[in-house]
Design a binder for this molecule. Structure first.
Ligand code: FES
Ligand SMILES: [Fe+2]
Length: 411
């Protein structure tokens, strides 16, 4: 059965009615630890760590609706006693993990809440083993013949150069060390510090007629490289994070998906409802144009992602190519190249509009990413809470954990 057949065979589910807006909770510090305060349904003030047990998003970025504190990332709702009362991705009858709860106290009582967990393995901008893979060092357009640029990768500054004849690329550290290899590929110069354990990703549509390439503005700075990746692997946040672009409350409940791990890639296919606010040809109900798209994720370990969006109603396809670059601890870069195609083609203005919309989508993601207190992505499954809606992200983490262990063992 193909992924499309499996999705077609899945039973239709009623959309969940989950609020996506409400009052803002309050962020504050207690003994140097980030905390959140809100008023529950009984009018009691409640205090908890500013960390969601699901993916550790700051709860202070969320909202309070009907006395329930909702996380801004995936909408998990927490009652006044700290218990999780709703996991929107699972729907109303979904099984909520018993451990899904916050340690909550009345704000008048001085108590010490348990500290954030620190054990386990993590993915960050300096994680050992990442040197055994290819990384996007710079865009080819940043290098003129005879010129050099500097880039940071895994805490090392590399000087990248293009020979005067425009044919040969090279890289070296300040100490004169050279990498195992550099290679021009897909509009980027890729660098492998040591012999890579996974091949460079291929994109058959690259340069093909009918596909139009545009490049999104680079994101760079205080970001968790693993968090940026995990964010883009995840469809459960659309209803809560993308409220001004394509997110719709109908998308709160995640549909069936097909996840497959093969070598150093993990794929996932799912069909999701979208608010087609930028696709004006779609009929509007309640002034909210709606449509569906099928999403084909292909994660190439450790830090590259292809996401193909096939729109319905003849609206064409978009392929998003994400390169996540580990610069150092708590520092990362994200380059995004986008291929657009639709049956009638595009004018330059239409392509500019499509790109501007994608910029807005990514800005919504980055806004929340900037608010995380801890920028590391845990690779130990016990460090966070998962539901069956997290299967894709979890399968990718298992692959990452296995590959990094293999890399560490073969250094
Ligand atoms: S619901 Fe809080 S991080 Fe997912
Ligand atoms: Fe997103």
């Amino acid at each position: 059965m193909t992924p499309e057949q499996a999705l077609a065979a899945a039973p239709a589910k009623a959309p969940a009615a989950v609020p996506v807006e409400g009052e803002a909770p309050e962020a504050f510090e207690l003994d140097g630890q980030p905390m959140v305060r809100w008023t529950d349904a009984e009018g009691c003030t409640r205090v908890a760590h500013d960390r969601c047990p699901h993916r550790r998003a700051p709860l202070s970025a969320g909202y309070v609706a009907d006395g329930v504190l909702r996380c801004r990332y995936h909408g998990w709702g927490f009652g006044g006693d700290g218990r999780c009362v709703d996991v929107p991705a699972l729907g109303p009858e979904g099984r909520i993990p018993p451990r899904a709860r916050l340690e909550v106290v009345p704000s008048e009582v001085p108590v010490t809440l348990p500290a954030a967990p620190t054990a386990g393995s993590w993915l960050d901008g300096d994680t050992p083993g990442l040197e055994r893979f290819w990384h996007q060092a710079c865009r080819l357009g940043e290098l003129a013949p005879g010129a050099s640029v500097e880039t940071e990768l895994l805490g090392t500054t590399w000087t990248l150069s293009l020979a005067a004849d425009g044919a040969t690329y090279s890289a070296r550290t300040a100490e004169g060390a050279e990498p195992f290899a550099v290679q021009a590929h897909l509009d980027h110069l890729w660098l492998a510090p040591t012999a890579p354990l996974a091949p460079l990703p291929e994109v058959p549509e690259w340069g093909q007629d009918g596909w139009h390439l545009r490049r999104l503005s680079r994101a760079e700075g205080r970001f968790g490289v693993g968090l940026l990746l995990d964010n883009q692997l995840d469809a459960g946040h659309f209803a809560f994070v993308h409220t001004t672009t394509f997110g719709t409350p109908d998308a709160a409940r995640l549909p069936e998906s097909v996840v497959e791990r093969d070598g150093t890639t993990v794929t996932c296919t799912m069909r999701v409802p979208i608010a087609a606010r930028n696709l004006a040809v779609v009929e509007a109900e309640d002034d909210e144009p709606r449509s569906h798209r099928t999403m084909h994720y292909a994660f190439h370990a450790p830090l590259w992602l292809r996401l193909q969006l096939d729109y319905e109603e003849g609206l064409g396809s978009t392929i998003l190519l994400f390169g996540f670059v580990p610069q150092g601890p708590g520092r990362a870069r994200m380059d995004l190249d986008i291929l657009f195609r639709r049956p009638e083609g595009f004018t330059e203005d239409q392509l500019d509009e499509r790109l501007a919309f994608e910029e807005q989508v990514v800005a919504e993601d980055l806004h929340l990413q900037r608010l995380f207190h801890d920028l590391r992505l845990p690779l130990d499954p016990a460090a966070e809470l998962h539901t069956k809606a997290d299967r894709y992200s979890l399968t990718c983490r298992h692959l990452l954990r296995d590959l990094l262990a293999e890399a560490a063992a073969t250094v």
